[in-house]
Design a protein around this ligand. Structure first.
Ligand SMILES: CC(C)(COP(=O)(O)OP(=O)(O)OC[C@H]1O[C@@H](n2cnc3c(N)ncnc32)[C@H](O)[C@@H]1OP(=O)(O)O)[C@@H](O)C(=O)NCCC(=O)NCCS
Length: 378
């Protein structure tokens, strides 16, 4: 039996994340995504995902300081980012940079769980700094070092512009990071788990995740969803766009999900934030166009299990925060490293090398043909 796409294949038992795709439910360590988005912070959620419980105030303070202490980039490391072509895709820069962090670690390999977690947290903390530094370098500006006492969300927004970010923008970014922090055994988390199962170092683990997230079927859908809204341009064009797309078997980006066959609970939270942000930023036309696409798509996809997913509004939210479109997937990574680290650590607690099989359907026992007698094809 071949499980192409590994649909419905369980690779481990887990206490990290539970999704009920029929009931529109998502839980991190037993806490609903709605509770976490309303009451938690990205730092607290990361602690919860990795250690398994909500931290006390002193545990959270210590954890926050630990992340702060990791955020700054060493000058020689920053020089390396300066040397990368400014036309590079930010995800390629991130993949290269995280891999290179391992070269600067005198002891990248470790069997110790605490050391592995600390390395995961160090990478997590540096990703906003790397992403913001590259964004500034490619626009001819000098990178801005972290302020030192801001949150993961606020530091990133600050390092992009050098201006103290608006508190509401920080809130929106923080919630977006919480929503993207974890999602069970998705493709990038599986890639991290496979790499961890070989007992490779955490730099290799996270680099595998970044490489997998890079693909348009995984991390890139929010960019595509935003592009659709910008191309459609006005709510009045939405209906004809949707009809034409469906007639020509083109997918509506930001719709459909392998697990959710109803509303993606993250979409519901982001849509509300997007509406508020649109009013605040005077971008109601963008939001109204997205709403009109959604309404038309729901009308024409009625009776199917294709509902809007998290990506239908996340790109719009990041766009309204003034963030360049090709930074959306690095933002996804700067959040998802929490889930990747949590799953790698959990898998290693009862490790078994991941080594599936391929069903061989080729020939065997072929006679070896001398080079001058070959036809050049199989
Ligand atoms: C995410 C996604 C890959 C999940 O797909 P899946 O569960 O594997 O489902 P399939 O790709 O097998 O599609 C099943 C059917 O639904 C249709 N479908 C799925 N998503 C669709 C969409 N966004 N728009 C229109 N039709 C869609 C397919 O065309 C297919 O129809 P068919 O059976 O007539 O050929 C898919 O929904 C998609 O490509 N969505 C757009 C990209 C996106 O938003 N990705 C972000 C996910 S968080």
């Amino acid at each position: 039996m071949i499980h192409k796409g590994l649909d419905n294949v369980y690779v481990k038992e887990s206490k990290i994340c539970y999704i009920d795709g029929e009931a529109s439910k998502l839980f991190y360590r037993g806490y609903s995504i709605e509770e976490l988005a309303s009451h938690s912070t990205f730092e607290e959620t990361t602690y919860l995902l990795i250690y398994g419980w909500l931290p006390t105030r002193s545990q959270l303070d210590q954890f926050t300081h630990q992340l702060e202490s990791y955020r700054t980039l060493e000058p020689q490391f920053l020089d390396l980012i300066r040397k990368l072509p400014t036309k590079s895709d930010p995800m390629d820069v991130l993949r290269t940079a995280v891999s290179a962090l391992g070269v600067y670690d005198p002891q990248p390999m470790t069997d110790d769980t605490t050391a592995r977690i600390n390395k995961g947290l160090m990478i997590l903390a540096k990703v906003p700094t790397i992403t913001a530094a590259f964004q500034r370098l490619r626009t001819g500006d000098d990178p801005i070092p972290p302020k030192g006492h801001l949150t993961h969300a606020a530091e990133f927004l600050y390092m992009l512009t050098g201006r103290e970010p608006d508190p509401y923008d920080i809130h929106v970014m923080d919630v977006a990071l919480i929503l993207h922090a974890e999602h069970e055994m998705n493709a990038s988390t599986f890639a991290c788990t496979v790499t961890a199962s070989t007992l490779a170092d955490m730099y290799s683990v996270i680099t595998s995740g970044i490489g997998t997230l890079r693909g348009p079927l995984h991390g890139g859908a929010n960019e595509a969803a935003l592009k659709t809204v910008l191309d459609v341009g006005d709510a009045s064009n939405a209906e004809s766009y949707v009809v034409d797309a469906l007639e020509h078997k083109r997918r509506i980006m930001g719709f459909g999900h392998r697990i959710y066959k109803t509303w993606d609970p993250r979409y519901l939270i982001l849509k509300k934030l997007a509406g508020e942000l649109a009013l605040k930023k005077d971008q109601t036309k963008l939001f109204d166009t997205a709403l009109a696409i959604e309404t038309s798509a729901r009308k024409h996809l009625k009776g199917t299990p294709i509902f809007p997913n998290v990506d239908s509004y996340s790109g719009i939210v990041f766009h309204m925060l003034g963030i360049e479109t090709d930074l959306f997937t690095p933002i996804f990574a700067m959040s998802r490293i929490s889930g990747w680290t949590a799953h790698a650590i959990e898998y290693l607690e009862a490790n078994r090398l991941i080594r599936p099989k391929a069903l061989y359907v080729g020939k065997i026992d072929l006679p070896y043909t001398p080079i001058d007698s070959r036809g050049g094809k199989a």
